[in-house]
Design a protein around this ligand. Structure first.
Ligand code: GTP
Ligand code: SPV
Ligand code: MN
Length: 590
C-alpha cells in the first residue's frame, strides 16, 4: 500500500462513487495473482488450459459485442474541441465527468475494487511513468500484470509525487450504448465504462501510453508513438535499432519478432525485440534519440500467427499467457485460431463458446481480432536492453501501411521534415482491430489517428520541433509497404522474415553505404541493391513492379492529400508539410 496523499484521496473519492463491497490492493505477488486466477476459473471468467502443453495459460471470452477498440466511443476531453482537434471525438470535460460518474455510480456494488499500481517502462527508469488503475475485473488485473510492471515496488518509486495517471475502469453491464473510453489530458485521467476488451480497458496501453502520453510528450519535449522497436545485429556483432509505426494489425508484432531468412542467419544476422506496439522516445545526453518500450508484455493478434509466419511470437505464447476470443480445442484443452496450422480441431468451441467443428464449419473459430497476452520475457529474441531504463538509440524511423497499390515496397524521405510529411500522409486499409468496416482505405497519420491525445496538426508541429532539436542526430525516415497485390489480389512481396531484406537496405542508407534513385516521392532502391538471394518464386522483375513510382497515381494522391489537409487540419497544418506537398505535386508534373 501507499501513503501517497493524492492517491489515497482519489481512491476514497472513487470508492464513494462506485461503492464496492471490498477493496483489494494488488501487491504484485505471485500468491495474490494465483489466487485471482483460481477465483476467475471458479466463476467461469477464465478457463485453465492444458498445464502440460500450455503451462500457466488461460482462455477468456469477451462479450460478443465487445471484441475490439471502439473508436467512435473514444473521447479526448480537452478543455476545448479545438485542442482535441479534428481527428478525435471531443466532449466537454465537465459534461463528460458528469455523464461517466452517473454511469459508474454504484456500479461496483456486489463487486471488488482492485487497485493496480503500475509502471509504464522499467520501474525507476527516468523515461518511465506511473499509473493507478481501479477495476472491477480480475481479467484486467491479470492482463495488467503481464502487460505492465505492477505492485508495491511502484508505490516505492512514486513516493508522495503527484505525477501519476488516474484510471477508472467499470465493467458495468458491457452495454454498447453506454460504452465510453474518455481521456482527460489536463487531469492525467482516464475513465472507461461498459467494456471488457483489451485496448478499451487495459488503461496503461493505448489510453495512457499513447493518448495521455502523447500530450505529456508534447508538453515535456518527448514522443509517445505507436511503434515497434527492433534491434538488428550484423555479422560483426554491431546492433542498430529502428522503430516502425504501422496501423493496428498491419505487422508490428511480426516485424518486431521476425526470423531472418536462412541466408542471413548463416551469415550471423540476429534480430532483437525491444517492443512490438509502443515506443517512448527522448533525446539522450549524446544528442541522439533513445526509445524505451513502456510495456512489459505483448497483446498480439492471434490469427495468422504460426510456426512459419512468426515462430518467436508462437513460442512466446507457450506459457503464462492469456488467450482472448480464440477457439477452444476440447480434445486436449488447448487453443486454436485461423492459420495456426492446417489441422483445425473437430471437437471445439468457437470464440463465442458455441460448439464448433473446424473441419466442416464455414464460420471462423477465432475472432479476427482475437489476441494473446504474453510476458515479454517469454520471447526467445527479447533484447537484453528491454529491461534497461536507458533505452536504445534509434537509427531509422519507418512508417508503413496496408496499400494494395501506389506506395512502393520502400522509399526514403529526403530529410526529417519531408519524413514528417511522409508520416502525415500515411493511409491504410482498416482492420479488425477496431470495430467498423474492414479493408477501407483511410488516412492514419503516423499510425496515430486513433491514439493522438491532442490536435493532430500540433502533433505534426511537435514532430518538426523534435527534428530541429535532434539536428544531425535525427534518425533517417523511411516508408514501407508489404501489402502490394497483383491482379489476382495476392500479396506480391513475401513479407515476414524476408522484410529483413528491406531493413538491410534501410540500414545501408543510414550508413551512406548504398546509392538510390531520386524519384517524385523520395529515394527508392535500385532493384539490384535489395538482396533477393534464396527467395523462390520472386524475381527482380517482381521487385521492380513493387518499387515502381507511378507519377500519375501519385499526382492523384497529392490532390487527395491536399483535400485531406485542407478539410482536416486548416491552419494547424505546419507550413513545412504544405511545402512538401507542393513539391510532390510539382515532381509528379515534371
Ligand atoms: P496491433 O497489435 O493491432 O497493433 O497489430 P500489429 O501491427 O502488431 O500487427 P501484427 O504483426 O499482429 O500483424 C497483423 C496481421 O498482418 C497478421 O494477420 C499478419 O499475418 C499480417 N502480416 C504481418 N506482417 C506481414 C507481412 O510482412 N506481409 C503480409 N502479407 N502480412 C503480414
Ligand atoms: C491495436 O489495436 O493497435 C492494438 C490492440 O495494439 S489494442 O490494445 O486493443 O489497442
Ligand atoms: Mn497496436
Amino acid at each position: 500500500m501507499t501513503k501517497n496523499a493524492s492517491v489515497l484521496a482519489w481512491i476514497d473519492e472513487m470508492k464513494a462513487l462506485v461503492n464496492p463491497d471490498q477493496v483489494v490492493w494488488i501487491d504484485g505477488s505471485e500468491e495474490q495473482l494465483e489466487a485471482l486466477r483460481a477465483e476467475a476459473c471458479s466463476t467461469g471468467e477464465m478457463i485453465k488450459l492444458n498445464e502440460e502443453k500450455l503451462p500457466g495459460c488461460y482462455l477468456h471470452r469477451t462479450a460478443v459485442n465487445d471484441v475490439a477498440r471502439v473508436e467512435g466511443r473514444t473521447f479526448i476531453c480537452a478543455k476545448t474541441k479545438e485542442e482535441a482537434g479534428p481527428t478525435n471525438n471531443w466532449m466537454d470535460p465537465q459534461e463528460a465527468y458528469k455523464m461517466l460518474y452517473d454511469i459508474a455510480r454504484g456500479s461496483y456494488k456486489g463487486r471488488t475494487m482492485y487497485v493496480i499500481p503500475y509502471s509504464m517502462g522499467p520501474i525507476g527508469s527516468p523515461l518511465a511513468k506511473i499509473g493507478v488503475e481501479l477495476t472491477d475485473s480480475i481479467y484486467v488485473v491479470l492482463n495488467m500484470a503481464i502487460m505492465t510492471r505492477i505492485g508495491d515496488k511502484v508505490w516505492d518509486v512514486l513516493g508522495d509525487s503527484t505525477d501519476w495517471v488516474k484510471g477508472l475502469h467499470c465493467k458495468c453491464d458491457i452495454d454498447e450504448e453506454k460504452r465510453y473510453i474518455c481521456h482527460f489530458p489536463e487531469d492525467n485521467a482516464i475513465i472507461s465504462v461498459n467494456s471488457g476488451y483489451g485496448g478499451n480497458v487495459l488503461l496503461g496501453k493505448k489510453c495512457f501510453a499513447l493518448r495521455i502520453a502523447s500530450f505529456q510528450g508534447k508538453n515535456e519535449g518527448w514522443m509517445a508513438e505507436h511503434m515497434l522497436i527492433l534491434g538488428i545485429e550484423n555479422p560483426q556483432g554491431e546492433i542498430k535499432y529502428v522503430t516502425a509505426a504501422f496501423p493496428s494489425a498491419c505487422g508490428k508484432t511480426n516485424l518486431a519478432m521476425m526470423i531472418p531468412p536462412e541466408g542471413y542467419r548463416v551469415k550471423g544476422y540476429k534480430v532483437w525485440t525491444v517492443g512490438d506496439d509502443i515506443a517512448w522516445m527522448r533525446q539522450g545526453e549524446d544528442g541522439r534519440l533513445y526509445a524505451i518500450n513502456p510495456e512489459n508484455g505483448f497483446f498480439g493478434v492471434a490469427p495468422g500467427t504460426n510456426q512459419k509466419s512468426n515462430p518467436n511470437a508462437l513460442a512466446t505464447t507457450k506459457q503464462g499467457t492469456i488467450f482472448t476470443n480464440v477457439a477452444h480445442n476440447l480434445d486436449d484443452n488447448t487453443v486454436w485460431w485461423e492459420s495456426l496450422d492446417k489441422n483445425p480441431p473437430e471437437n471445439a468451441l468457437d470464440w463465442t463458446g458455441e460448439p464448433w467443428n473446424g473441419k466442416t464449419s464455414d464460420k471462423k473459430g477465432a475472432h479476427p481480432n482475437s489476441r494473446f497476452t504474453a510476458p515479454a520475457k517469454n520471447c526467445p529474441c527479447i533484447s537484453p536492453e528491454f529491461d534497461k531504463g536507458a533505452g536504445v538509440p534509434i537509427s531509422a524511423i519507418i512508417f508503413g501501411g496496408r496499400r494494395a497499390s501506389t506506395t512502393p515496397l520502400v522509399y526514403q524521405s529526403r530529410d526529417w521534415n519531408h519524413g514528417v510529411f511522409v508520416g502525415s500522409i500515411m493511409a491504410s486499409e482498416t482492420t479488425a482491430a477496431a470495430t467498423g468496416a474492414v479493408g477501407v482505405l483511410r488516412h492514419d497519420p503516423m499510425a496515430m489517428k486513433p491514439f493522438c491525445g491532442y490536435h493532430m496538426g500540433d502533433y505534426f508541429q511537435h514532430w518538426i520541433d523534435m527534428g530541429e532539436k535532434l539536428g544531425e542526430n535525427a534518425p533517417k525516415i523511411f516508408n514501407v509497404n508489404w501489402f502490394r497485390v497483383d491482379e489476382d489480389g495476392h500479396f506480391i512481396w513475401p513479407g515476414f522474415g524476408d522484410n529483413l531484406r528491406v531493413i538491410e537496405w534501410i540500414l545501408k542508407r543510414v550508413d551512406g553505404a548504398v546509392d538510390a534513385d531520386e524519384t517524385a516521392i523520395g529515394y527508392v532502391p535500385k532493384a539490384e541493391d535489395i538482396n533477393l538471394e534464396g527467395l523462390d518464386n520472386f524475381s527482380i522483375d517482381d521487385l521492380k513492379t513493387i518499387l515502381e513510382v507511378d507519377k500519375e497515381k501519385w499526382s492523384k494522391e497529392a490532390d487527395e492529400i491536399a483535400n485531406y489537409y485542407d478539410t482536416t487540419f486548416g491552419d494547424h497544418l505546419p507550413k513545412e508539410l504544405r511545402e512538401s506537398l507542393a513539391t510532390l505535386k510539382a515532381n509528379c508534373e515534371k
